[in-house]
Design a protein around this ligand. Sequence first.
Ligand code: 5CA
Length: 471
Amino acid sequence: MRRCLRVGQGRTKPGETSTMPVKVSHMRLSRYFLPVLKETPADAQIVSHRLMLRAGMIKQASAGIYSWLPLGYKVLRRIEQIVHEEQVRAGHIPMLMPTLQSADLWRESGRYDDYGEEMLRITDRHGRDMLYGPTNEELITDIFRSNVGSYKDLPLTLYHIQWKFRDEIRPRFGVMRGREFLMKDGYNFDLTKEDALHAYNRHLVSYLRTYERMGLQAIPMRADSGPIGGDNTHEFLVLAETGESEVFYDSAITDLRFGDRAIDYDDVAQCQGVLEEFTSRYARTDETHDEAVFANVPEERRRTARGIEVGQIFYFGTKYSEAMGALVDDGKGGKVPVHMGSHGIGVSRLLGAIIEASHDEKGIIWPEGVTPFHCGIVNLRQGDSGTDGACDALYAALTARGLEPLYDDREERAGAKFATMDLIGLPWRVTVGPRGIEKGVVELTSRRTGDSEEMSMESAVDRIAGIYSDF
Ligand code: 5CA
């Protein structure tokens, strides 16, 4: 192995500072691990699943359980990063809870028996009942009740991004309906119902921002709360023919954008205003659809479609805090159960949803916000000192601007290199060929429009850096 570090090599002795430079390995396709498939996998029914397999992003380990290969892992991390940034911006606090939980907590809430076959139950060597968490209301309520006893510590919203397991009867569509999947789940604790509804609104606003940063339009729709409980809940749906949910909405809602408007997450009225703006039009999943109310929407705006659920927010009051004794001193001499809600984002499902919303017959088209690499570099004549040197210089100039290019330096035909770039969907490609070098230009191509433009290498770097300065 070329770059294998032998044991002891490069180690720093106690008291010594390391002088070994850390060399960031060039992202060259010849050294990367991108196992693209030539054939279309026969068992994948929807385009996002097919493209994720073909682009070497995931590999099924067993039904509904996937390994995340380097390219898929990179996008997963980008999505996770956006979720973190928007949660922290909203004032929510990151933490991490384990995947395996004790059944005892779930017996306290009464959900150990209610959850049914979807819960993966495990017995440890001491005969204790454990489970692989499908969600974390019980665990977080236990953390809360052990550590918080006063209204003075409220409001509090904690969240984590962790793997979940639901033993879905029919895992399908790749990461879209997995058994093991990555979820962001957040939990708010508030003294009053009003405060908890503000937390609900804050989540709604932060989710609008989160999905838009990923290039998605996700519409909040009135939904059913299922095993989580409570009456107040919205699902966020991305419209797509392959979506698993049937949805009914007023088409006027698709004109709404959150955009880059300023938001103060402590401003109760402002957050409530955003909720009203985005939920006053008719938009419901089939679980809560009401034909009589839908009939009030002007006929030309009534739409029935399918959607992918990429998130859900819940306010469920004191359901868990009462069952599990999560009480706080209310400042008036009494002890009251806290008002709670939980708020989920389907982090791994989002990869599928983004691809369903953004692809063409050649492959994926990543929105700039989540792309695994900022651009591709295609060398049309590998081994030619002119093009090789230009590609190295381009690579260095892009990385110096904080960008991450993927350089296709393989000894392949131009057609094969273009096909790979189109399949993996990097939004921008710079093509470097001998004729361009003679003229002092490279070619910059947009994956989305297919438009190409010749320009100097410096201009191409400036252009790409400019595009990403907004993300
Ligand atoms: N405790 C609440 C909120 S934290 C909860 O579990 N909500 S949930 O059931 O709606 O899940 C949150 C999100 O996880 C869903 O909106 C969906 O996007 C994603 N999700 C749920 N089940 C799966 C699955 N089997 N595969 C992939 N993603 C899933």
